[in-house]
Design a protein around this ligand. Structure first.
Ligand code: T4K
Length: 413
């Protein structure tokens, strides 16, 4: 594959090129495959997602610049540039970059000094609840809304106790939570709201970023997300005092060379991630458009199948198509979600059960009183029915058809 010319930096040191693989370090493929669940990447396999990446040639220019400057991390020029460009793109006031979304969430809880109990959804990626646990906070699980699959605001109030300090909802699959109802409850009871917006990059409601709601929101730029910086994340806040505190906390608590104002952590984004972020912003609108195309093909092909439901676009929402979840009703469709999942897997289609098992059913959390299945009927049902189908920008129509055939042609079972 001839993607790149051999590249020399200004000081004439060779940067590896894909034409010259002999200079690359050798590795033991057996050791690596032991760690990688999808290492056996095969041409014919369809993965739930594939990372969006800009042309390598363009990224090499940024790498060369970082190499020359020798500024690799700690608020370098790409970090500064990316924070500014991102705030502008997203339509928010302040962005603080993080090395990943989980550390952003753990830190967000520290920023607001959240303690005691926090009401949250069990229908999410484990990181949402883990962030509470890592802060010594008791998660209180609240059931979800059957339509949006987000925290059901009508079920929050009965879970509030004198120990409750905050609500931690998730805009799951990038579908906006009922932010107005949540804000109303938070205001009445004096609670903070931190949104886990890991899936909600670029989502707007009536033209306003979903990240402008709540006290803080966090984003994830993991490789599997609609917008990635390999790994990465951010906290969005609305005033400069909070931004300062966030920035201290992610840098060990340093306010200046000798003043440590809090027991902070190292959660900084480095220059390589930041530079990639700057470059990714150039392509993100096209990536989202391409994903929308894939989502529309799925919807058209799946719309008349009894027992299969998926989300429709909401009129006032700009969606990002970060996932394509469907919900399989065994009684109507005739096959369970797991039967479909296994059949697809046998045929090299790696759909994923995001989010199964439910966090509240995991060994670390199932003993919590609010984790009782009776308390979370909608979340349990949804978790048993969900299947996220492959979606990424260059997924072709015939590949979507291959997936959809397993739903149309019952003889394939
Ligand atoms: N809050 C929410 C609501 C979240 O969903 C997440 C993360 C977080 C917080 C925490 O944010 P981060 O700390 O991660 O920034 C993935 C991701 O690791 C995780 O970021 C994500 N949510 C979660 C929903 O999904 P896995 O274990 O399913 O990923 P994995 O490695 O099995 O990848 C899925 C497929 O993607 C592979 O089959 C192939 C493809 N892939 C993946 C990677 C990593 C690639 O082609 N290349 C890659 O480099 O967790």
């Amino acid at each position: 594959m001839h993607l790149l010319k051999t590249y020399k930096s200004k000081n004439e040191r060779l940067i590896y090129s894909r034409d010259d693989k002999s200079k690359m370090p050798k590795y033991n493929a057996n050791i690596i495959s032991g760690n990688y669940p999808f290492d056996v990447k095969k041409e014919e396999t369809l993965y739930v997602t594939q990372p969006s990446l800009p042309p390598l040639e363009e990224f090499i220019e940024y790498l060369a610049d970082i190499w020359e400057s020798k500024v690799l991390t700690n608020n370098g020029k790409y970090h500064i540039l990316f924070e500014k460009a991102l705030a502008e793109y997203l339509g928010v006031k302040y962005v603080s970059l993080f090395s990943n979304g989980t550390l952003a969430l753990i830190s967000a809880l520290q920023v607001l000094r959240i303690a005691g109990e926090v009401i949250t959804t069990p229908y999410s990626f484990v990181a949402t609840t883990h962030a509470l646990h890592w802060n010594g906070i008791q998660p209180v699980f609240c059931d979800i809304d059957p339509q949006t699959k987000n925290l059901d605001p009508d079920k929050i109030e009965k879970l509030i106790t004198p120990k409750t300090t905050a609500i931690l909802p998730v805009h799951v699959y990038g579908n906006p939570c009922d932010v107005d109802k949540i804000e109303k409850i938070a205001d009445i009871y004096g609670l903070k709201v931190i949104y886990d917006a890991a899936h909600a990059f670029g989502v707007t409601v009536n033209g306003n970023s979903i990240l402008n709601f709540g006290d803080l929101s966090i984003l994830s730029f993991h490789a599997t997300k609609v917008f990635n910086t390999f790994e990465g994340g951010a906290i969005i806040c609305h005033d400069d005092k909070t931004k300062k505190r966030i920035d201290y906390l992610k840098n060990f608590g340093f306010a200046d060379e000798v003043t440590v104002v809090a027991p902070g952590i190292n959660a900084k984004m480095n220059e390589f991630q930041s530079a990639l972020g700057v470059l990714q912003l150039k392509y993100i609108d096209q990536v989202i458009k391409d994903r929308q195309r894939v989502a529309n093909i799925y919807r058209n092909k799946l719309k008349n199948i009894d027992g299969i439901t998926c989300f429709d676009d909401l009129e006032n929402v700009k969606h990002n198509y970060s996932y394509f979840p469907i919900f399989i009703d065994k009684e109507k469709f005739g096959k369970s979600r797991d039967e479909v999942y296994n059949l697809l897997k046998e045929n090299h289609i790696l759909a994923r059960r995001y989010f199964y098992p439910l966090i509240s059913n995991m060994p670390s959390y199932r003993a919590i009183p609010s984790a009782a299945i009776d308390n979370l009927p909608v979340a349990n049902k949804t978790s048993d029915q969900v299947l996220c189908l492959p979606i990424y920008e260059n997924l072709k129509e015939d590949e979507v058809q291959t997936v959809v055939d397993y739903f149309i042609k019952k003889e394939l079972f």
